[in-house]
Design a protein around this ligand. Structure first.
Ligand code: NAG
Ligand code: NAG
Ligand code: NAG
Length: 524
């Protein structure tokens, strides 16, 4: 989107420049003429991110129990676009090799997740602990530390133990709270001496919305009026219930972390995944107003709750009795339960006020009274979208979102837990085409620049940035076809890793300036 198309926006941007220049405090940015690590504040962490289910493979090793996605993909292979069967990236066996890739990229940190199914194969301690599973994460974390890479660990990245799904429906039941706390506490006690950065939950909005309102991701539940292919589910109800239980479980996990002696000095957050929104029609005040509402539903749902202790008022007003209520004790545990705001940013959309919701067919998006559009009233696209891109590229939305969080949530510390570019190469997929990923390189450049402006001009306190992802991996409903890696994986030939242009770029970007010295010798 260019400024000529939206003169009003240009003006607003200009004002924010002027406004921030009189502010003396905030992040200190070194003077620089070229965008690189050296132009970011001292101590800023750069890394790459992954999730256990998407990269580990070795599904039947370490006594690993079945996870929600194993069973879902076996039952509905078409919903996982998975013609590679159980072939994964095999990070489980190749993590040492992959840590050398992280090193060669000059990264400082690595975001990983722990598979619950490798620790408690059947979801609960009394049913058995896998010592081999516990040891695997010790070995992985130790190898990261030995190589000077700071681990950021996600406690839950969507791989609910299938046994808990079978027993009580997983996150649909409040029984998950007790089991999750037990698991989180175990993980903190086990690794808390050497892991100081935690993410309790990854993308609660996607987990609840895609899994339980539109049925796009496991467990694939929704009402028939949303998608006739859903086998079970209740849109407009279950997503709220799932998030409610997840939030209470988060409050309990943070409580366990604060009480864990060896975990002293650790930080914890949630990785939220909002889009940014521009008004569909600048002349329609309702469209402008719908942006705040869209963000309250998509991000405030979990961020207001973990900051202020309750759901956004607008959600209570609109969703009414379908939105569960917290007890006072739960609210107290949720309030200020995060040390930083984790943010996964990918794309933006136009926000169009939805005038005539159908009360007989409740669903999350309709509740927010917003319809998401990729074209605005003048038929302009949001950002650009190369032919093979999974999502529209709109880096200005990244900067706007960061400023929005700063202003609305009292200038919190923000960490970019994911940012990256997915592409489906289709018939052209080959090592040569896949590694010549100039669109991904451009995406990273634009977003690093937008983040730099947010930090250095808008004075947003962003302290870390993780590219999604180190490697091409299992992209949920898109299977292995949607590639996000800085390294290409040849799925047909021994899972060989090949550096892409984007990897070369990130490496060069990080080679300038000085790496933060965050690893203390006595933690090794
Ligand atoms: C950013 O947040 C961190 C953690 O709360 C804090 O230590 C630091 O002072 C903040 N930086 C700025 C410039 O506000
Ligand atoms: C893992 O075990 C399950 C259940 O026994 C089986 O169906 C699957 O094929 C196994 N996968 C691999 C990769 O060995
Ligand atoms: C496959 O890759 C692994 C890990 O890099 C390597 O050890 C092994 O030799 C490779 N096998 C073949 C047949 O190339």
């Amino acid at each position: 989107m260019t400024l000529q198309k939206f003169p009003l926006l240009g003006l607003l941007l200009l004002l924010s420049f002027v406004g921030s220049s009189v502010r003396a405090d905030g992040p200190v940015c070194p003077a620089s003429t070229k965008l690189s690590r050296a132009s970011f504040p001292e101590g800023f962490l750069f890394g790459t991110a992954t999730a256990a289910y998407q990269v580990e493979g070795a599904v039947n090793e370490t006594c690993r129990g079945p996870a929600l996605w194993d069973i879902y993909c076996r039952r509905f292979p078409e919903k996982c676009n998975n013609d590679n069967g159980d072939v994964a990236v095999d990070f489980f066996h190749r993590y040492k090799e992959d840590i050398q890739l992280m090193k060669s990229l000059n990264t400082d940190a690595f975001r990983m997740s722990i598979a619950w199914t490798r620790i408690f194969p059947h979801g609960r301690k009394e049913k058995g602990v896998s010592r081999a599973g516990v040891q695997f994460y010790h070995d992985l974390i130790d190898e990261l530390l030995r190589n000077g890479i700071v681990p950021f660990v996600t406690v839950f990245h969507w791989d609910t133990p299938q046994n808990l799904e079978d027993e009580y429906g997983g996150f649909l039941s409040e029984r998950i709270v007790k089991d999750f706390r037990e698991y989180a506490d175990f993980v903190f006690q086990e690794y808390g001496g050497k892991v100081k950065n935690w993410i309790t939950f990854n993308e609660p909005w996607v987990f609840a919305h895609a899994g339980y309102d539109v049925g796009k991701k496991a467990p694939g539940r929704c009402s028939p009026y949303v998608n006739p292919k859903c086998h079970e589910g209740r849109s407009g109800y279950e997503a709220y219930l799932v998030s409610h239980n997840l939030l209470i479980a988060h409050g309990e996990a943070v409580d366990a972390l604060r009480k864990c002696e060896k975990c002293k000095g650790s930080k914890v957050g949630i990785a939220h995944s909002p889009a940014w929104f521009e008004p569909h029609d600048f002349n329609d005040a309702q469209d402008g107003a719908s942006i705040d509402r869209a963000l309250d539903f998509m991000m405030g749902w979990h961020l207001d709750t973990t900051t202020f202790g309750d759901y956004p008022q607008i959600m209570k007003d609109i969703v009414g009795h379908r939105l569960p209520k917290f007890t006072n004790e739960q609210k107290a545990k949720l309030k200020n339960s995060c040390d930083f705001v984790g943010l996964n940013y990918y794309t933006s959309a136009f926000s169009n006020y939805l005038e005539k919701p159908d009360p007989s067919k409740p669903r999350f998006l309709q509740d927010s009274l917003v319809s998401w559009e990729t074209k605005n009233a003048q038929s302009y696209n949001i950002g650009s979208k190369p032919l093979t891109a999974a999502l529209a590229v709109y880096s200005k939305g990244f900067r706007s979102l960061l400023k929005y969080i700063k202003d609305k949530y009292a200038n919190p510390e923000i960490m970019i837990m994911e940012n990256g570019y997915g592409e489906e190469l289709g018939a052209t997929d080959s090592i040569a085409v896949g590694t010549a990923d100039h669109n991904r390189k451009y995406y990273l450049q634009r977003h690093l620049l937008a983040m730099h402006e947010a930090i250095c001009i808008d004075k947003v306190n962003v302290t870390g940035y993780f590219v999604w992802s180190l490697l091409d991996n299992f992209e949920w409903q898109d299977g292995y076809k949607n590639r996000f890696g800085l390294y290409y994986i040849d799925f047909k030939n021994n899972l060989t890793r090949y550096e892409k242009e984007s990897g070369k770029y990130y490496k060069a970007f990080l080679s300038e300036g000085t790496r933060p010295s965050t690893i203390k010798k006595d933690e090794l």
